[in-house]
Design a protein around this ligand. Structure first.
Ligand code: TXA
Ligand code: MG
Length: 318
């Protein structure tokens, strides 16, 4: 299959993306977090193609993306009032609500689970695609367990030939996937750290939302080894670097010791820019074909939780 490289600057290309989705094809689309691999969420045959293209196990649930808050009740049922409070505060934006699945939501989307993740992305192009009332199922547009793409070229390098098209809308603003908050049981809890923090959600609801470190939830898809480049990753302390053996790439944000025999890439020291750049930096370092990628351990403060989560999974051998 030839993968079309469509431009989000071009209205004809946007129309073509819409008609590909309507005819049951897969289109990779930019969101404010990462590129999503979209299929019409009401078409189970189209949704099955997502699992095939990614090599993703069929029991790993997908997030449904909607363009209007009223669509929430098409996909979820027994929706607590707090879901609307969060939606009003943060949608369109990078937070996914985990709710009880409505009976009409196809279980291909939820991997057979009784819960469903729904979000409204904050991206003009994505929202234009959804303006007709369409809802799309969209995981990150990467092969299973690999790095999520934050640019169209990254999508083409990893899924080119396996999907109908990528709609190029430039780089993604956040660079890390949405926060997932489970509203199906109390206390509410975060299942995946992301751009919206537990503290922000707690303030908005006026009750404590548990942060991801406070529990350890096993759901299909929440796997320990994930977000991985092909080269193995190791987190390092810049003041106590391990002995260099072979070729090493080092992603760092602090000043480096002199006469270090490694290939280096400078990262930002503020979390927004660091998160924006992280997957691209790991992907670029992968192209150097070193024996290892070392990553300077980021600060431990709360705002870096999502970055630590992704780096921990990038480094895991489990
Ligand atoms: O920012 C994002 O959320 C991106 C963009 C494209 O929207 N999407 C994304 O999807 O990261 P994906 O499939 O790569 O990651 C979704 C995660 C998976 O770990 C999956 O297990 C979890 O969400 N998830 C989805 N539905 C769930 C459910 N019903 N119960 C528990 N976990 C769920
Ligand atoms: Mg993913």
């Amino acid at each position: 299959m030839k993968t079309l490289h469509l431009s989000a600057q071009n209205q004809n290309d946007i129309e073509q993306a819409k008609s590909l989705l309507a005819s049951g094809e897969l289109v990779a689309i930019p969101t404010e977090t990462v590129y999503g691999l979209a299929a019409d969420a009401t078409n189970p045959e189209a949704v099955k193609k997502i699992f095939a293209a990614k090599g993703r196990p069929a029991n790993h649930p997908l997030i449904v993306h909607i363009g209007q808050v009223q669509q929430l009740s098409d996909w979820a049922t027994e929706i607590p009032e707090e879901a609307y409070t969060i939606a009003n505060a943060f949608w369109p934006g990078p937070v996914t609500l985990l709710l009880k699945k409505s009976p009409q939501a196809n279980s291909v989307v939820t991997g057979g689970l009784e819960t469903i993740g729904v979000r409204m992305p904050a991206h003009d192009v994505f929202n234009e695609l959804l303006s007709s009332g369409l809802a799309v199922a969209a995981p990150s547009a990467n092969p299973y367990k690999k790095l999520s793409p934050t640019s169209a070229s990254h999508v083409l390098n990893s899924l080119g030939g396996h999907i109908a098209a990528v709609l190029d809308g430039g780089d993604c603003a956040h660079g890390l996937e949405s926060t997932i908050v489970d509203l199906t049981q109390r206390p509410f809890r975060i299942l995946r750290a992301g751009p919206i923090s537990a503290a922000q959600l707690s303030r908005t609801l006026g009750e404590e939302v548990c942060s991801p470190q406070a529990h350890n939830v096993a759901v299909p898809g929440n796997v320990t080894s994930h977000y991985q480049p092909n080269t193995s990753v190791k987190l390092v302390d810049i003041d106590h670097l391990p002995e260099v053996k072979g070729e090493v790439a080092l992603l760092h944000y602090s000043p480096l010791p002199t006469d270090l025999n490694v290939r280096t890439m400078k990262m930002a020291d503020n979390v927004a820019q660091y998160a924006h750049d992280l997957y691209r930096a790991l992907d670029d370092a992968d192209q150097w074909h070193c024996d290892e990628i070392w990553v300077e351990t980021p600060p431990r403060s709360d705002e870096w939780v999502a970055v630590h989560d992704r780096l921990g999974r990038a480094q895991s051998k489990l």
